[in-house]
Design a protein around this ligand. Structure first.
Ligand code: FES
Length: 120
């Protein structure tokens, strides 16, 4: 009698090595949101730096816009997958460090981690 196979299929290769999402959400009612804290500038800087360093593309890095990621209290925020590491950044220097350290070399930038308790 044949038993069902328990052998797992091999995991597919990840299309991107790393994927970073920036919340660019803007609230028109005046409530706090990442757009009020230069999120667009952070996103633009990240795109520019990833491209300039030749990191963009399949098998490498993708930078994407996102809506509210529901961690507004830590905003502006960005999250990097597959590690699921959340960052709260302030300026271009922070973005450059995330690109150089995490997106390029896989080293988490501890000083920019979003505090675990911060949600919406
Ligand atoms: S507005 Fe950016 S996480 Fe909610």
């Amino acid at each position: 009698m044949n038993s069902p196979s328990t052998k797992a299929a091999p995991a597919p290769a990840s299309y991107y090595e790393r994927h970073i999402f920036f919340c660019l959400n803007e609230r028109k009612n005046g409530e706090e949101c990442c757009a009020q804290h230069a999120a667009q500038a952070g996103f633009d800087r990240c795109k520019q730096q990833v491209k300039a360093q030749g990191l963009a593309g399949p098998g490498k890095v993708r930078v994407n816009k996102a809506g509210c990621l529901d961690r507004c209290a830590g905003g502006p925020v960005a999250v990097v997958y597959p590690e699921a590491v959340w960052y709260s950044y302030v300026d271009a220097n922070d973005i450059d460090e995330i690109v150089e350290s995490h997106l390029k070399d896989g080293k988490i930038v501890e000083r920019l981690l979003t505090p675990a308790h911060l949600g919406r």
